[in-house]
Design a protein around this ligand. Structure first.
Ligand code: GAL
Length: 474
């Protein structure tokens, strides 16, 4: 019985386990095919979702672009304006001089840098043509004339070089901060770059980005204490201010240096009012590295970053600031490594970060480049020269200027104001402002490496040359 039971049982077992692998296989294959089907469905759904997201954002972009394009003024801003600057007739030289040194071909850049050039008025028009908000009301009102002297509401030329603009939500007012350079230009020693003693940081306020009221020097130089960073014989350049929503403080970052540019540090100052006075806190070398041209950028999530030229201007470094914006965090990324870029001006459009930089040629102008990145900490890709119009030399020299800031124009996504300095090394206080429309849209001008669903991730960044232009009326 027991045996029979055992046999019967065992045969039952046998029949059940006759092909154990096969049964497991068939169960496995059905669960396998079910899971394949399930994953395919999930995959398809995901693809559909992604596709709808992409086409939705494409649709939104097209709608934004279409609404942008519907502004006739914007179309005017994107019109290509050529510039025909005629070289002056070669100036006479004595036979002896000609023998001693054969003449090299003079270029437009040489003429620009020569303060005795007969075509100097083209680059540095005189006071008679100044933009004057008190006199230009009417037909000329709100028009920018890049390179012309720009007067404040008291009739003095604006002193806000290497500057940036803060829009203060609380007072709904724009504040333009920059180097106050209204002093004599000189060279600290024979081979040193032209300089003006530190006077401080100038601040101007405006509601329309054209009429600027002088709010005074909001961070002043130190006259007596020679060991102070702000002692007049040192260097204070490229000040930028952002507002900290958590602490309620206006925080200023700037390039602090000595006359030989070997201190290469950043300085930080704070104020509870946009018009100062700012209290100078301290200077440091961020992450122990030399830091020269710099800017700061506040992202939509409130995190702020510093971007500075470092390692003898070979690379740019980007670092998030601490929550109070008074220091750098330990995170630091090197970007545009070995590219020797400076004068960074960073902005964001539709979730993508863009940056304009210049080459490193001191006060002399050179070719700008536009860069783009998905993450602010990089990698950054170079898009090419954003300058459009003028002529080849004008484009090659960033309209004879150097980037300092890019300001979003409210109400019209994709339109920005490109702010640059036309330095006058012979008389730095007479350096001019070049403000031009910058748009983001259309295909990038250089074959980009990054693609998203077959289309390039970045749009073209274009800065349009105009002798005279104004912002759309919105
Ligand atoms: C430039 C820099 C300016 C200033 C100048 C001095 O390269 O962008 O901010 O430092 O050099 O020569």
């Amino acid at each position: 019985m027991l045996k029979g039971y055992t046999r019967a049982n065992s045969s039952k077992h046998m029949s059940r386990n006759l092909f154990p692998f096969a049964s497991r296989f068939s169960a496995g294959s059905s669960s396998c095919s079910i899971s394949i089907v399930m994953w395919s469905v999930v995959g398809c759904l995901l693809m559909l979702h992604l596709y709808s997201l992409v086409s939705q954002s494409d649709k939104q972009n097209k709608e934004i672009n279409a609404s942008m394009r519907s502004y006739p003024l914007l179309l005017q801003l994107e019109a290509v304006e050529e510039e025909n600057i005629k070289m002056p007739r070669p100036r006479g030289r004595s036979q002896r001089a000609a023998k001693r040194k054969p003449r090299h071909t003079t270029t437009l850049i040489d003429e620009f840098l020569d303060d005795s050039s007969p075509i100097r008025h083209i680059f540095f028009p005189d006071m008679k043509t100044a933009i004057d908000p008190n006199k230009d009301a009417g037909n000329n009102s709100l028009y920018y004339y890049p390179g012309k002297i720009w007067l404040d509401t008291e009739g003095n030329s604006i002193q806000a070089h290497g500057g940036g603009v803060l829009f203060d939500e609380r007072s709904r007012t724009y504040y333009w901060y920059g180097e106050y350079k209204d002093g004599p230009t000189y060279h600290a020693h024979k081979r040193a770059a032209a300089r003006v003693d530190i006077m401080g940081v100038g601040c101007y306020s405006s509601k329309d980005l054209w009429t600027w009221k002088n709010e005074g020097i909001v961070l002043a130089a130190e006259g007596k204490n020679k060991t102070h960073d702000l002692h007049k014989l040192n260097v204070l350049e490229r000040p930028k201010v952002i507002y900290n929503d958590k602490t309620g403080e206006y925080v200023m970052w700037m390039h602090i240096d000595n006359a030989n540019y070997t201190k290469a540090s950043v300085g930080i100052a704070v104020s509870d009012s946009p018009t100062g006075p700012f209290d100078y806190l301290y200077s440091k070398r961020p992450h122990g590295f030399d830091s020269r041209d710099m800017t700061i950028f506040k992202d939509n999530d409130g995190v702020a970053y510093i971007i500075y030229s470092s390692e003898d201007n070979r690379d740019l470094h980007i670092s998030p600031l601490t929550e109070d914006y008074l220091d750098v965090t330990r995170v630091m990324k090197r970007v545009l490594v070995g590219k020797h870029r400076e004068a960074p001006a960073l902005f964001k459009h539709e979730g993508i970060y863009y940056m304009i930089t210049s080459g490193c040629t001191g006060w002399a102008p050179n070719k700008a480049l536009a860069h783009a990145a998905k993450s602010i900490l990089g990698p950054w890709e170079t898009l090419g020269n954003p300058c459009i119009g003028g002529n080849e030399v004008v484009r090659f020299t960033t309209f004879f200027s150097q980037s300092t800031y890019v300001l979003p124009f409210p109400g019209l996504p994709g339109l920005f104001i490109f702010m640059a300095d036309r330095w006058n090394p012979a008389n730095l206080r007479d350096s001019r402002y070049v403000w031009l429309p910058l748009t983001v849209g259309g295909a990038a001008n250089q074959q980009p490496l990054e693609y998203n669903f077959g289309s390039p991730l970045w749009s073209r960044v274009s800065i349009y040359w105009h002798k005279r232009w104004r912002l759309p009326d919105i």
